[in-house]
Design a protein around this ligand. Sequence first.
Ligand code: ATP
Length: 790
Amino acid sequence: IKNGSELKSQEKIPKKKIAVMTSGGDSQGMCAAVRAVVRAGIFYECDVFACFEGYSGLVKGGNLLRKLGWEDVRGWTSLGGTLIGTARCMEFKERSGRLSAAYNMVTNGIDALIVCGGDGSLTGADLFRSEWPSLLEELYEQQKLAKFQIEKYKTLKIVGLVGSIDNDMACTDATIGAYSSLERICEMVDYIDATAESHSRAFVVEVMGRHCGWLGLMAGIATGADAIFIPERPPEVGKWKDDLKTVCKRHREKGRRKTVVIVSEGAIDRELNAITSDAVKDVLVEMGLDTRTTILGHVQRGGTAVAFDRMLATLQGVDAVKAVLEMTPDTPSPMIGILESKIVRQPLVRAVELTKSVATAIANKDFDKAISLRDSTFLESYQNFLSVSSNDDGSQTLPEDKRLNIAVIHVGAPSSGLNAATRAACLYCLSRGHTFYAIENGFSGLVRHGSIKKLNWSDVENWHSLGGSEIGTNRTLPSQDLGTVAFYLQQHDIQGLMIIGGFEAFTALRELEQAREKYPIFNMPLCVLPATVSNNVPGTQYSLGSDTCLNQLVKYCDEVKQSASASRRRVFVVEVQGGNSGYVASYTGLVTGALTVYTPEKKTSLRSIQEDIELLRDNFAHDEGANRSGKLFIRNEKASTIYTTQLIADIIKEHGSGKFESRTGIPGHVQQGKVPSSMDRINATRFAIKCCEFIENLNFDVNASNRNPDPEVRLRFKYSNGQKKNLLKKESDSASVIGIDGSQFKFQSIEDLWLNEADFVLRKGKTIHWEHMNEINDMLSGRLMLRKQN
Ligand code: ATP
């Protein structure tokens, strides 16, 4: 993503005609992608055509292939499904269909196509690109096109955006719609949980995914399911029934009142026989469980997109337009993907080939290959699922001399994900034979009351969906009384400590690390698992709880926007949390289509407010009929001490001269959310297990398990074992923060982060990794266009 000045230089790129379509099954976020393509296209002085009804729009042309304007896509960020329609178009699978598609494109002057769809749609797009010269040749021979037309449009530019709820495309961690669909599944299973628990019932929940088990796997982790059935990890024929009974029975005996089994539509056994939800139900009934089946069906495609999908669709839509403009005839067609938190371009052909090879691998019963071809985290997630479900059978238990005492503490304000992370860490540790302790009510709880207790399987098994903090949290730091902290940790012989929280957790880690000389017990492995709505922990671009917060804000803003739209002349100034970090404000602005965002990183001035009001005027001037939509300004709580939320609203009212007015909206603590989002739940599990492995790896030589610990960790942190228990080779690395940095997942030492990355005055990292969101939002809100015109 380019910065503002680079964007400006690209304004001179000559006009081009681009077509955009949504194809295959619909997914949440497709509308946001189309909006981004249309507006970015117009910003770069292109004409953007929508192909209505997928490839049918290209094949039939006419009114199904028409230009969209800036106003046509107003408010589309918040809409589910796709407003330009999608279809499964059989004609396009035939050469004759593609011939008329080529004809319609050339006669409309279009030679670039952005396709948002699944692997089928992108396969079709690639075939179209490879056939393009011969299609034009054939049209020339049929005297439908003139020579100059063939020459002018001799190459077709194709860019793929992956819109699919299945998350089945290779070379990207996520597809547009997958997390929204997962969120719907979690909501439904959470509802089912209440009734299952009440009647002590078993539920078999069937989720979509004919060829890909991503939804089934992630739903299994996020809903704390007892078992899952997915195509990539088929169980042994027949044996799966006994295994299912064993795991469910064991969990029941440990105190679970309900049983939940997630079955992917395409679940199979090792001989490729289908494992249907009915067959699974029969097994549970045989066990004597009162069992019901719920087939979620199209609910999974329903509703509006979650914050992540809106962000993904928006950033990828803009990047797709840039890719079209930057492509040369020799550039391979790109597919826009995301790796960890970075938008990337991957060769489309390779991505499609790899995706198809998964189906082949499954058909050939090469299941290890199939799972390895899925996104980079699929196998890890599968192992994570086992860690928190069936590994409680003792199969992963370590020899006695390798079992540890591991503790967790929550520090700082509550955020969603604290409990899910604690649950995952606890279940993982118990499966390994470790003893897991929870320090209650933060460091003050430890110092004042010595509150530290063992957690068992039944204590935590249902914490995956609980917001807040079950073990209690507060902002106190260990410096309150380091000696007493050391005393209690020593008393329980703690050999690894996981600190879950935000900037206070970060500070606490540094205090413990700095006190190591005086209190040798702190030489144990220490790690921070970032969890805060503000996402302001140095060393990571993602913190647990921030996704839940963004989803809360998306919901809140959609609602106030609707109210603003109904009153026709109103703008809402919404104040969001984030402390001195503008991450939440910038992200919210991008995914709600806000007209302006006030952040601490950018000075708010009278001049900037004046520009905002001009933008508002311009927007109201075009706010008619079906295109009418509510207006939003997003302001971070600490953006300015002078220009408060109320003052900005008052200034708007004053300058509205009766044509428009303003209201403030302050969601406050609602932003923490009641239950964690599905993304926060699965990341809580992922991060927590990584932290446990970090602690294990530093306590004894690795390879004690069949897991595959990060080799970087293995090399950097070799523990000098034996007599000198708790003494480390490189002390500072053993106190680290786990996080996502660009497209990488890593542990970074607190010392390095403290000295080079932390901004103590503003309580955040020095790297502003979200600035591009403001630049894109300025483009899509019309601000950059207005500046151009002025
Ligand atoms: P989903 O993931 O929701 O199934 P998809 O894009 O894979 O989405 P498909 O039904 O496979 O959905 O494909 C959508 C459309 O793409 C088809 O109806 C057809 O028009 C086009 N298409 C798919 N495969 C091909 C192909 N091999 N050749 C030409 N066109 C194709």
